[in-house]
Design a protein around this ligand. Sequence first.
Ligand SMILES: *Cc1c(COP(=O)(O)O)cnc(C)c1O
Length: 418
Amino acid sequence: MTLHNHFHSFLDQVHREGRYRVFTDLERHAERPPHATWRSGGASRDVVVWCSNDYLGMGRHPAVIDAMVETARRMGAGAGGTRNISGDSHAVVALEAELADLHRKEAALAFSSGYVSNEAALGTIGWLLPNCLILSDEKNHASMIAGIRASGAEKRIFRHNDLGHLEALLQEAGQLRPKVIAFESLYSMDGDIAPIGQICDLAAKFGALTYLDEVHAVGLYGPRGAGIAERDGVMDRVAIIEGTLAKGFGVVGGYIAADAVICDAIRTAAPSFIFTTAMPPAVAAAARRSIAHLKRSVAERIAHRLQVEKTRRALSEAGIPMMSSQSHIIPVPIGDPGLCREASNLLLERFAIYVQPINYPTVPKGTERLRITPTPFHNDQLIDGLADALRKVWDRLGLPRETNVAPIPSLARLKPAA
Ligand SMILES: *Cc1c(COP(=O)(O)O)cnc(C)c1O
C-alpha cells in the first residue's frame, strides 16, 4: 500500500457522504455584473451569479479598479517583503488610518485576509491574557475557532445569541478572571443578527473584552458602512472589531480595529502578521478607495436593500421556502446534501443561474441550503428569472413548498440610519 491510498480513502469517504466540493470555473465580467462566463468540459456559457459575497459589486467599481491599476503602475505588483523587513508600504499605512476612522477606533491593523485576522487576533489576545477564558458563540466562523484554538486559552461555547447562557458562563467564571466574548454581528449562513448592545452590557457587568466579527456587515450597514454595531449605535462599546476587505468592500484582505495598545500587541506578537509578505500596495489602495466611497455614498446600500426585498417577495410568490433572515442574505432550505447539489446543478445547467449548494460542514447536516445573495446589479428581470427557475427546479425535484411564508422584513427597518 502506498501512502497515496490514505488520500484516496479520505476522498472516497467525502464522496460517500455527499459532501465532495466541486468548484465552478467562472470568469466574472466587471463591466456586466452579475454575469460571468462558466467553463465546463471544453464549452463556455454566460451565467448569472446569485451567490457572490461581493455584495455591493464594489469589486468592479470603476474607482476601485482605477485605484488598483494606478497604484500597481506606480508601486509595482507586489509588496516586496514583510512589513518588518522591506519597509512599510504607505498604501497600507493609509488603509489602516481609513479603517481606524471607519470604526472610530484609535488604530487598525491590516492582514492578508479576514481568516488570518481572526486567527492572529484571537490567537494573540487569548495567549496574552493570563488564565484567559474565551466565550465563543456556537455559530462562530471557522477562522475564529482556529484563533481560539491557537491561543491555547480555555474556551466555553454559548448557545447561539443566547444572552442567558452567556451570562451564566460569565457568572461562573467570576469577575476576576480575564474573559473575552467572541461573536459575529451577522451570521452569514442564517442571516440573523446578534444583540450586540446587550452582549456589551453583559461584558461591562462582568468585565469582559468584546471581540466582534463584522465580516458580513462592513460596507453594508450603518450610516457610513461600518457595520451592524454602527447601525445599532454601539460601535464605541465593542473593544475589537474585525472585518474583511473582500466581501462588501469587494477587494481582499482582513483587519481589526481597536485601542492602539491592543493593535500594537497583536502587531508585535502574531506570527501570521510578522512572518508573511505584506498586502500589495495596489490591493491596499483599492480597498481604501472602496471604504472611502462607501463612507460617503448610501446609493449602493439603498439599491442593495431594494433588490434584496424584491427578490424575497418574488421567491415568496413562487412558493419557495426561505429561512427567516434579518439581513441581506436569503437562505433557501433544502435539508439534504444530494438534493441541494442537484438543485444547484439544475439551476446552472438548465437556467444558467449559479447558486452554490451549502452543505456540511459549513452548515449542520440536515440543514443543507441554497444561499442567495442579491446585489444592486440583480435587476427586476433577473429576479423574475430566478424565481421562475427555482419554481421549475422545485417542481422537478419535488421539493417542499412554503405553506406559511415567513414575514418579510419591512424596507423601513432595513433602511440605513442616516
Ligand atoms: C468569510 C469570513 C471570514 C474570512 O474572511 P476572508 O477575508 O474571506 O478570509 C471571517 N469571518 C466570517 C464570519 C466569514 O464569513
